[in-house]
Design a protein around this ligand. Structure first.
Ligand code: BTN
Length: 249
C-alpha cells in the first residue's frame, strides 16, 4: 500500500535521492519520503525545484512494479491528472495539465512530477511530487503560482497529503500497461494548449506541430505537416519558435 511507511524529514537535499538510497537498503514498495524543505530539489529535464521551507508539499514514493519498468509509462500523467482533479476541487480557477505532467492554474505552474527509474535485478521507480501551497519569498517567480492564492478555502499540506496518497494508491492498483480510452478522454479535456500550435523541445531536438491529444502510452500526439506523430519526452513551448536569422553585414 502506498504510504503505509512514511519517513518525514525537516530538511533533505532531495527526497528523490533519499528514496533511492532507502530503496537500495530494501525499503518496501509504497514507502514515502516527505520533507519540509529541500536544499537540492530536482525537477524534470535537469532543472532545480526550489521552494521556501514549509511552503510546499514535497514527497517521493518508492514503486517496485511487478512488471517491466517501460509499462509504467502512463503513471506520471495519471498522477498529474489526479493532482489536477484534486487541485480543481480546491481552486476557484481553471486547472490544466501541461503535458507531460505539470499542473497549471491560470496558466501558471502549481505542481510538478518527476518520475525516475533504476533498472536491474531490483528495478525501482521513484515518483516525486511537489505542490506549491503557500506563497514563497519569491513566489512571483516567472510562470509559478501557489495553491492558496486560488483556493476557495485555504488548505494545508497536512490535509492534502493523505488525500493524495490514497488517490495514488488507487491509481497504482488499477494501473494498466496503457491508458484506457476513458482516462485519455479525461486527460485531454484538461490539456493545456489542446489544438494549438506548439514546439516541443527535448535537449537539442525540436518538433513543431499542433497538439491533437494524448497517446495510450502517455505520449503527446501532434499533427506535424498533416501526419500524426507521438512524442514521448520534451517540454512544450507555445507557438512555433521564430527561426533566428543569421547576421548579414
Ligand atoms: C518538475 O516540475 O520539473 C518536477 C518537480 C518535482 C519536484 C518534487 S519535490 C519532491 C521530489 N523531490 C525532488 O527533488 N523533486 C521532486
Amino acid at each position: 500500500m502506498i504510504g503505509r511507511v512514511i519517513w518525514r524529514f525537516p530538511e533533505v537535499g532531495s527526497t528523490q535521492s533519499v528514496a533511492f538510497r532507502l530503496a537500495e537498503l530494501g525499503a518496501a514498495h509504497g514507502t514515502v519520503i516527505r520533507a519540509d524543505h529541500q536544499t537540492a530539489g530536482r525537477g524534470r529535464q535537469g532543472r532545480a525545484w526550489e521552494s521556501a521551507p514549509n511552503s510546499a508539499l514535497m514527497f517521493s514514493v518508492i514503486l517496485r512494479p511487478a512488471f517491466p519498468l517501460h509499462e509504467l509509462g502512463g503513471i506520471s500523467i495519471l498522477v498529474g491528472d489526479l493532482l489536477a482533479q484534486t487541485i480543481d476541487e480546491i481552486s476557484h480557477e481553471t486547472v490544466h495539465i501541461k503535458w507531460p505532467n505539470d499542473v497549471l492554474i491560470d496558466a501558471q505552474k502549481v505542481s510538478g512530477i518527476l518520475l525516475q527509474t533504476r533498472s536491474g535485478p531490483n528495478a525501482v521507480a521513484v515518483l516525486g511530487i511537489g505542490i506549491n501551497i503557500e506563497s514563497q519569498t519569491k513566489e512571483h517567480r516567472a510562470g509559478a503560482t501557489f495553491l492558496n492564492r486560488h483556493a476557495i478555502h485555504p488548505i494545508d499540506a497536512e490535509t492534502l497529503f493523505p488525500i493524495i496518497l490514497k488517490r495514488i494508491d488507487t491509481i497504482w492498483r488499477d494501473l494498466q500497461p496503457e491508458l484506457t480510452p476513458v482516462q485519455v478522454e479525461r486527460i485531454e479535456s484538461r490539456m493545456w494548449l489542446m489544438g494549438e500550435s506548439v514546439s516541443i523541445i527535448d535537449a537539442d531536438r525540436e518538433v513543431q506541430g499542433t497538439i491533437t491529444g494524448i497517446a495510450k502510452n502517455g505520449g503527446l500526439r501532434l499533427s506535424v505537416d498533416g501526419s500524426e506523430r507521438v512524442v514521448v519526452a520534451g517540454e512544450i513551448v507555445r507557438g512555433p519558435r521564430p527561426i533566428t536569422e543569421p547576421n548579414v553585414n
